[in-house]
Design a protein around this ligand. Sequence first.
Ligand SMILES: [Zn+2]
Length: 179
Amino acid sequence: MISIKQVKKHSPLEYLYANTAHNFNNVFRILCERQTVKDSMKNDDTLNKNEEQWKQELTTEQYTVLRECETEPPFTGKYYKYDKKGTYHCAACDAKLFNSDTKYDSGSGWPSFYEAIDKEAIIEELDTSFDMRRIKLKCAECNSHLGHVFPDGPNGGLRYCVNSISLDFIKQESEKENK
Ligand SMILES: [Zn+2]
């Protein structure tokens, strides 16, 4: 099995083009068209926090998903059936990630969005864990793990499949009050 460390030595683009899994390539093609996937692995935590600090700031459940890239069980999170108007922020650093207007019910048991609030807000990274090739989503601000992206979104687009525990919802009204 290829570890993430080994993959990082190469450009993800080179690596991906050498591998042919239809679904995977399909996600990748869409991401390339949107120019959101990075051609070099960015692993900087712009907040410069070490893992000890994250451990203190986050709950154990948040830490395992956000910093250790675990996935919460489907149909258990607080936002998979949530349909209020507002924005979803990173639970680790509060960066704005998704707008409720792009959220839809995918039936997967995880909150699903067809696009991010801004293509600079998230990092899409190769993930080869569990012998699969997937694209992992991370917060661009703090490098915390959010979920994965799949090619079965609405109208032939993408599905950003995000762990509820990686998100904090901010209602639209309170956003206006804060301005
Ligand atoms: Zn973040």
